[in-house]
Design a protein around this ligand. Structure first.
Ligand code: HEC
Length: 88
């Protein structure tokens, strides 16, 4: 079976890293300013995180957070969040 990069990310490590994220990114859309990222497609997630890290996207909070993450961290987070159910 061919697996894409995010499927190879370590989901447990991703869960560990996600504790910081979920203080803002809730599983339900309670704050319209903060998008829900649960169930987000892994490749899209990785592209967004790398774009924040490269300062191609504007949000200063996400830039700061993304800059502390390695490619491996981002892949683990993608594996974790993409496996979560999309909230209704
Ligand atoms: C302090 C609050 C906060 C924390 C902590 C935080 N984020 Fe965010 N994040 C935001 C906000 C606000 C946005 C929306 C930015 C925008 O509109 O440009 C965002 C946007 C995103 C997006 C883009 C979503 C989309 O649909 O465009 C992703 C992916 C993301 N964050 C992932 C993460 C991950 C992974 C972590 C943990 C490593 C994290 N965030 C931690 C506040 C936060």
């Amino acid at each position: 079976m061919v697996q894409s990069a995010y499927a190879e990310g370590d989901r447990e490590y991703g869960e560990y890293l996600s504790s910081e994220c979920v203080t803002c990114h809730q599983s339900k859309d309670v704050d319209a300013q903060i998008p829900v990222i649960n169930g987000m497609h892994g490749e899209g997630f990785i592209a967004l995180m790398k774009a924040y890290r490269a300062e191609e996207l504007d949000n200063p909070t996400m830039r700061t957070i993304a800059k502390r993450l390695t490619d491996e961290d981002i892949e683990a987070l993608a594996a974790y969040f993409s496996a979560l159910p999309v909230p209704k």
